[in-house]
Design a protein around this ligand. Structure first.
Ligand SMILES: Cc1cc2nc3c(=O)[nH]c(=O)nc-3n(C[C@H](O)[C@H](O)[C@H](O)COP(=O)(O)OP(=O)(O)OC[C@H]3O[C@@H](n4cnc5c(N)ncnc54)[C@H](O)[C@@H]3O)c2cc1C
Length: 412
């Protein structure tokens, strides 16, 4: 059967796109070399927030880089082979740290993040899996209480957009997260969020829901795309698939596919890691960030997950054990009562552009090709709205939302 729309990639972005299209009555095929949600979308920290509207580059961020790279926790690193790409990427990243650019990017992030909790709630109820989403706060915990302030630009922007924030001291923090180390002296609470109890299971539940709407999932490794008279052909190992419209949702792997069509995008693999403890004997009731180590902890169905690191590396470079060792140490420091028995470790690749925004919309010069990738640190929470935007573009029902910040070729 011909499928008018074929979505490449069954990460959370591809799955949410397929759901949005199928709900509008489209015949949709999804192609992935693995099952749904087995790459980056499997192992993330599970934060789903309308208030993640602050990009990574802020005024003055450049001053923190030496500490982030060479300080106690080293959450930021660059693999030797990634430096050639990193230099121009890094300059673009820092240029996005002016207050004007931050506010512009923040508005675009808000378009994608603000409906995320409500959209997941609705999708997961329909999928019979609403237990996978829990209301939560984002607890930004500080060892040095004097650093916890609501006056910084990130808090100001969140508040302007309607977030409810509160500053609490050591006692207040203890009441909310009793298992946390007494080293933490203060916290900023970002209220009105949600957290995923298992990002991988959310992918599977939504893929099953998509299948009930008629979406077909094919397992195949995609090699290239060809424009032929009657639309597009997806060339895979072992089979070719025809489609009128293609949505590229291959996460960090989208760059290589597009480069075969002569489209160059500055997408980097910003790798992150997690360690997970199946019987931890401690609970994180919310998404808890250790603001020194830039590590996020959250109790999930599989146990306590502790995630972090921003390691720019070639896509296929082997995982770096030093990163896991650091996470293990930080996990023990955050939760002194942590039982580490049965620990598992994971590495995934954030698909990151220098402005933290995805490529979302038609690819100029290639009729019927739509980008939906590059969601960096925010792909779980941005996926539902991104998918809905793609469905609206394809069905011609796009309202007057400004998609220019997401133009796939904006970096030319
Ligand atoms: C440590 C960590 C913590 C994070 N925490 C959060 C968080 O708390 N909240 C949040 O919103 N985001 C978070 N993120 C970011 C988020 O996980 C990503 O933005 C998101 O998963 C990207 O989804 P995706 O569908 O674009 O990519 P992916 O999940 O990587 O999916 C891409 C798919 O394409 C398939 N594919 C690739 N190449 C081919 C090919 N040639 N042929 C066939 N199939 C192919 C892959 O198999 C894969 O299934 C985190 C990321 C990391 C690493």
């Amino acid at each position: 059967m011909d499928h008018p729309v074929t979505v490449l990639g069954a990460g959370i972005v591809g799955i949410c796109t397929a759901v949005a299209l199928a709900e509008r009555g489209y015949a949709v095929r999804v192609i992935d070399r693995k099952g749904p949600g087995q790459e980056t979308s499997y192992g993330n920290a599970g934060v789903i927030s309308p208030w993640s509207v602050v990009p990574q580059a802020l005024p003055g961020t450049w001053r923190n880089i030496p500490k982030l790279m060479f300080g106690t926790y080293k959450p930021l690193s660059v693999h030797g082979r990634a430096w050639p790409r990193m230099l121009s990427w890094g300059l673009r990243f820092l240029r996005n740290g002016s207050e004007d650019r931050v506010r512009h990017i923040s508005d675009a992030m808000s378009l994608l993040c603000s409906p995320s909790v409500d959209m997941y709630r609705r999708y997961l109820v329909d999928a019979g899996a609403d237990h996978l989403l829990k209301p939560a706060m984002y607890v930004h915990a500080f060892r040095d209480g004097s650093r916890a302030t609501l006056n910084a630009i990130d808090c100001a922007i969140r508040r302007e957009k309607g977030a409810d924030l509160e500053l609490v001291g050591a006692d207040g923090l203890r009441r909310i997260e009793p298992a946390l180390s007494h080293d933490f002296q203060a916290a900023i609470l970002i209220k009105g969020q949600a957290r995923a109890m298992s990002p991988g299971k959310i992918c599977k539940a939504l893929a099953n829901y998509a299948a009930t709407l008629g979406v077909e999932f094919e397992t195949a490794a995609i090699q290239s795309l060809e424009r032929r008279e009657a639309g597009w052909t997806v060339i895979c190992d072992g089979a070719d698939y025809r489609a009128d419209t293609i949505v590229i949702a291959l996460g960090v792997w989208s760059r290589d596919l597009l480069s075969k069509l002569g489209v160059s995008v500055p997408l980097m693999a910003e790798r992150g890691y997690h360690v997970e403890y199946p019987a931890p004997q401690v609970i994180a009731e919310n998404s808890v960030m250790d603001t020194d180590a830039k590590v996020v902890a959250s109790s999930m169905e599989g146990g306590l997950r502790v995630s972090g690191h921003a390691e720019f590396a070639p896509i296929d470079a082997p995982a770096n054990r030093k990163k896991t060792d650091m996470l293990r140490r930080v996990a023990g420091a955050i939760f002194p009562g942590l039982d580490k028995t049965g620990e598992t470790a994971w590495m995934g690749r954030r698909p990151s552009f220098p402005d933290n925004l995805p490529a979302l919309g038609p690819v100029e010069g290639h009729d019927g090709l739509i980008a939906n990738f590059g969601h960096s640190h925010y792909g779980l929470m941005m996926a539902p709205k991104s998918g809905q935007i793609v469905a609206a573009l394809i069905s011609g029902s796009m309202q007057n939302e400004d998609l220019s910040p997401f133009n796939p070729v904006r970096f030319r």
